[in-house]
Design a protein around this ligand. Structure first.
Ligand code: GLP
Length: 232
């Protein structure tokens, strides 16, 4: 069971707390940061950009990228990260899967090898409404490494708000696997709003099931969850 769950209703205070956790990581010598995308991370990246934190000696790895979107596409995770974080807070090196690779399978393997070699000290995570982490949809093996995934219709619908229409939302993505995520030494989950309640309750319940990928986090010894939802 994940027991470091901090409920902070005020979003300003919640993101300040997240920033503090990241600052502590830097202070403790963390060098490799796993990063996430999604609406939830936007205020956090804004806080980081305003802060005096320095990542120029650090490496970042993003969780995932859509297959088939050009890096320059405004909704690619490459564009998201550049705009929201990297142009203000550069890292020494930043890696994201290449969603345009001719051979996605080989790209997933290359990414996994690089990730294994560097090893995340810290991993930032959001939760999908269906309990996904990264783009690991329900049913993904807890032993999975970086791989290609077909996105569920519900995930495409949830992410359609960032595109002109759902038809533009890619159907496939490259994502770190669940095992790749769990290798991080420390994990910070941020999950806000009622839509994340089911995933949060599962994470807290003690049940581990591949039908709810977030429950894999119960296997990890150092997970902090920041949320605005009260769960019993
Ligand atoms: C996408 C990302 C996830 C993210 C999730 C939640 O599916 N691949 O990493 O956690 O969205 O997004 P939001 O923060 O917008 O709710």
């Amino acid at each position: 069971m994940v027991n470091q769950i901090e409920v902070i209703e005020d979003h300003g205070q919640l993101y300040t707390r997240a920033l503090e956790i990241i600052a502590d990581q830097l202070k403790d010598g963390a060098k490799v940061f796993g990063l996430a995308t999604g609406g939830t991370m936007l205020p956090l990246y804004e806080e980081i950009c305003k802060s005096d934190l320095d990542f120029t000696q650090c490496t970042s790895f993003n969780l995932d990228e859509y297959v088939g979107l050009a890096k320059e596409h405004p909704e690619s995770y490459h564009s998201y990260m550049k705009e929201q974080l990297f142009q203000s807070k550069p890292f020494k090196q930043s890696f994201l899967p290449d969603g345009q690779s001719q051979n996605s399978q080989a790209e997933a393997q290359r990414y996994e090898e690089l990730l294994k070699e560097k090893g995340q000290d810290f991993q930032l995570l959001g939760l999908g409404e269906n309990g996904h982490i990264g783009f690991n949809e329900p049913g993904t093996a807890f032993t999975s490494e970086t791989h290609i995934v077909q996105l569920q219709q519900s995930t495409r619908e949830a992410n359609a708000r960032f595109f002109n229409s759902i038809d533009e939302v890619p159907s496939y993505a490259i994502t770190m696997g669940i095992h790749s995520i769990l290798r991080a030494k420390k994990i910070l989950v941020i999950a806000l709003g009622e839509k994340k309640r089911v995933a949060l309750e599962a994470l807290r319940s003690g049940t581990q099931t591949e039908q709810i990928p977030a429950t894999s986090l119960q296997k990890h010894p150092n997970v902090t969850v920041l949320t605005d939802i009260h769960i019993d």
